[in-house]
Design a protein around this ligand. Structure first.
Ligand SMILES: [Ca+2]
Length: 85
């Protein structure tokens, strides 16, 4: 891993700039609680050129094992009718 940055999403569509990356080819991994982590590779970064990258994530990983399966459904079902106080 060359660099890691934590961002606070402002909405489901987030635009962030990573300034100061040396030109080259990079892989970007995106992770967030309850969302599946996704990595996109072969992203060419060229000096003085904006490189748009769109990474769509799938929600539903409630136990954090990076899969969405019956264990996640059980967590969701057990949370039905719960009210935050
Ligand atoms: Ca899971």
């Amino acid at each position: 891993m060359l660099a890691s940055r934590e961002i606070a999403p402002e909405s489901t569509s987030v635009l962030q700039e990573f300034i100061g990356l040396a030109p080259g080819t990079y892989s970007i991994s995106v992770a967030s609680p309850t969302w599946l982590t996704k990595t996109q590779g072969s992203i060419a970064v060229v000096e003085y050129v904006t490189t748009p990258v769109v990474i769509d994530l799938l929600n539903g990983d409630y136990d954090g094992d990076n899969t969405v399966d019956d264990a996640d459904i059980n967590i969701a079902v057990s949370s039905l009718d719960e009210v935050s106080e």
